[in-house]
Design a protein around this ligand. Sequence first.
Ligand SMILES: Nc1ncnc2c1ncn2[C@@H]1O[C@H](COP(=O)(O)OP(=O)(O)O)[C@@H](O)[C@H]1O
Ligand SMILES: [Mg+2]
Length: 436
Amino acid sequence: MPKIQRLPVHLANQIAAGEVIERPASVVKELVENALDANTTRIAVTVDLGGKKLLRVEDNGDGMGAEDARLAIERHATSKIATSDDLGAIRTLGFRGEALPSIASVSHFTLRTRARGEATGTEVKVDGGALTSVREIGAPEGTCIDVADLFYNLPARRKFLKSDTAETTQVSRLMTQMALGYPAVGFSLTSAGFATGSGHGRTLLECPPAAGLGERFFQLFGERPDLIEMRKEAAGLKIHGYIAALGDQGPVRGAQNVFVNRRIVKDRTIAHAISEAYTVATIKERSPEVHLFIEIAPDRVDVNVHPTKAEVRFLEQSLVHEVLRRGLGDALGQGRATELQFTPFSARPSEPQPMAIPGVLGGAIVGNRWAAQEMISAGRDIPSYGFSNARDGAAMQSPDSAATGGLPEIQGAAGLARGIDIRPMIPLGQFRDTFI
Ligand SMILES: Nc1ncnc2c1ncn2[C@@H]1O[C@H](COP(=O)(O)OP(=O)(O)O)[C@@H](O)[C@H]1O
Ligand SMILES: [Mg+2]
């Protein structure tokens, strides 16, 4: 009798949901991405009790025929890729074929859809991963998905959800980002009173289709004299953005929304380039507000890195870093960007591996205390990685760090430690503007 058994489909889907669906906002992200991939021009999202009671995402996109509507809730079923070549140059937001079955496995899920040009629509209902009904219905063209009682069958997950207000805020933030990425599409977010019976909704976001990014930006943020527009085109990269101006009080702090091919991403190379550009141009600012839209050929960036598709891997990481750093530098008016570097943006392998200390400058890179100590006893120089956005980071940058592409070294710390049995200081945390 073998010990290994295949997991039932609904369990496999719940495991997949564990990776992708953390909270109501993750459901909204996946459903809005699907609507955008289906060429919608309007997306209306409704949340009730922070999305815990109900989340509804309606679009007027391509819709699905009856057969597709049934297939859509099956694992690894997608219309977006077919071969591994397609995986090398993804042009859609989705491609994993996992979102709908995952969401349907942890909620009461209803899909109503009518394909463009078809006479009737289809309704598919799934409860906790089990298909309960499929029927023909009358429906407007497009797709409407209801996700009710999220995590009703995973109490451990449900417990981790925050207050209704906090979850609504996350959805609202997500919708703002999506709306920025797709100016031509109309977005609305309503907080409904279905659960409480009050019935009337409250509009949290309303953005009609806009003529371009500038107009969408205005719809979302109004006049922003504290931001400047930047554009840069080099080495096949196109960057457009609105970024914190230097200003008398320093650059305004705020969200860092970074889009790569209209996909919102979190990327360390980009974060580092932003921080470096601001460090050189002004005093340290931990989180200058930037909204950056980067366009790059899809075969030069890999989005198949993480199930949430929020991380990317650039084929030429240091090139992206450099083009962005120079673009930001030019816009900030520092005018002393050095020549393009093509060396890898990483620590030299023979040196102590940098480690990230959570909470310090959002995962800044610092020298590894233990590795450095070993090197002291071996009587060798101690390479020490400084904060890239230390107040006078530019002055502290060693002359060879540009050539090697390594992170800037703090000369003082390295020099001090040289030959003397003093351990280099590393920050353990930060209180206000002081490192401890
Ligand atoms: N709003 C929608 N409009 C039209 N088709 C949709 C919509 N949502 C999902 N689909 C179809 O269902 C499929 C499965 O969706 P999903 O599970 O999110 O996987 P993926 O987006 O990775 O393909 C999609 O490939 C698409 O064909
Ligand atoms: Mg999808």
